[in-house]
Ligand binder design. Structure first.
Ligand SMILES: *Cc1c(COP(=O)(O)O)cnc(C)c1O
Length: 402
């Protein structure tokens, strides 16, 4: 068997469809973000427009300082799993910070947000006898894989539709039910009707599980997410988040009751059998959370730049999905065009925005996803809109009349 030939033929098919992924080779410089050094095709210096380090906390002096200090005082790696020698005081302190952020009794750290969803849903679905998991149709791959791994029954409900959820919960009878959904959906930027979902879940005695990965640090008076902003944190049984996006570091977590966190801690293979986060990473994440709990400067500046970009796109008739979040999807609807526009933006304009193609989004809904932040200047926004305006004329793309 010529395995390489097999690999290559599948890669060639991906390329023909326009769905082959090419990574941008970039180098961040503290203090300069979102301007970065480009090691790939195009100018040396480019502006990043698709980062999930939404608030630029990855270069915040308190956060970088905490990581450097703890690397110097405690060393680099954790040295073991949480159970066998790997628990550092910095993990314990970070878990307390996270429990406080979400108003919960306890929290539990994981290697990433992906692993936290996979491990928590996998454990709940497999260890709760006769459980059924009701999953929003647009849930993230990490939740889908966790549910699949649990081998529990799964029922998919219509995206953001509490009435469909109500009907489907009713059909489950008196089995233990878990309702799994997100707050901010990362590709369309829409936000779940959390209160209505909680009403329906409560009516049927179901547990609620929310992924606030794109909302933590960003929404609510202390950056506790959309559920904090709407005063709903106490109605959600399990809140899951990441330390890798708005908090600018790395890792994932869940928060909930003491019994819930202890249950996942004790039974989840994805928590037990892997080396703990580096203590320096935990310290940096804690510094970032602590900063965003008491500072709204970053959130306010980000909202301003999001509104500014939206208004300028509208003024030029460049179509984008309207939504109540910080994510601005500009729809292209074709994988090859999407890739081409992204290449031209990078090479001719020094603008880095990754094309978002299948399987991240459905075929025919390919898009450029812009995430303006507090560190994008007004001039950066003007430059981006000038570039898009030029491309829209050159490529005869359709405009939207406001
Ligand atoms: C990015 C993402 C995750 C995974 O978080 P990581 O920390 O990057 O592993 C989970 N859920 C959603 C909705 C995400 O977009």
């Amino acid at each position: 068997m010529d395995f390489d030939a097999l690999f290559q033929s599948q890669l060639d098919a991906l390329k023909d469809e326009g769905n082959y992924r090419v990574f941008a080779d970039l180098e961040r410089r503290c203090g300069a973000f979102p301007k970065v050094r480009n090691h790939g095709p195009g100018p040396d210096k480019v502006t990043v427009w698709c980062s999930n380090d939404y608030l630029g906390m990855g270069q915040h002096p308190d956060v970088v300082g905490a990581m450097v200090d703890v690397a110097q005082s405690s060393g680099t790696g954790a040295g073991g799993t949480r159970n066998i020698g790997g628990t550092a005081h910095h993990h314990v302190a970070l878990e307390a910070e996270l429990a406080d952020l979400h108003g919960k009794q306890d929290a539990l750290l994981f290697s990433s947000g992906y692993v936290s969803n996979w491990a928590a849903l996998g454990t709940l679905g497999s260890r709760i006898p006769n459980a059924v998991i009701l999953s929003d149709a647009l849930n993230h791959a990490s939740m889908i894989e966790g549910i699949r791994h649990s081998r529990a029954d799964k029922v998919i409900w219509k995206h953001n539709d509490p009435e469909d959820l109500d009907r489907k919960l009713a059909a489950c009878g008196d089995r233990p039910k878990i309702v799994a959904f997100e707050s901010v959906y990362s590709m369309d930027g829409d936000i779940a009707p959390i209160a209505e979902i909680c009403d329906v879940a409560e009516k049927h005695g179901a547990m609620t599980y929310i992924d606030e990965v794109h909302a933590v640090g960003m929404y609510g008076p202390r950056g506790g997410g959309v559920a904090e902003r709407e005063g709903l944190m106490d109605r959600i049984d399990l809140i899951e988040g990441t330390l890798g996006k708005a908090f600018g570091t790395f890792g994932g977590y869940i928060t909930g009751s003491t019994a819930l966190c202890d249950f996942i801690r004790s039974f989840s293979s994805g928590f037990i059998f892997t080396t703990a986060l580096p203590p320096s990473v935990a310290a940096a994440a804690k510094a970032s959370i602590a900063h965003l709990k008491q500072s709204r400067v970053e959130r306010d500046a980000q909202k301003r730049q999001v509104a500014r970009l939206r208004a300028k796109l509208d003024a030029h008739g460049i179509p984008h999905l309207s939504n109540p979040s910080h994510i601005i999807p500009v729809m292209i609807g074709d994988p090859v065009k999407c890739r081409m526009i992204s290449d031209i933006l990078m090479e001719d304009w020094g603008i880095y925005v990754q094309p978002i193609n299948y399987p991240t989004v459905p075929k025919g809904t390919e898009r450029l996803r812009f995430t303006p932040g507090p560190l994008h200047s007004d001039a950066d926004i003007d430059h981006l809109v000038a570039a898009l305006n030029d491309l829209w004329s050159q490529c005869a793309l359709s405009r939207q009349v406001a």
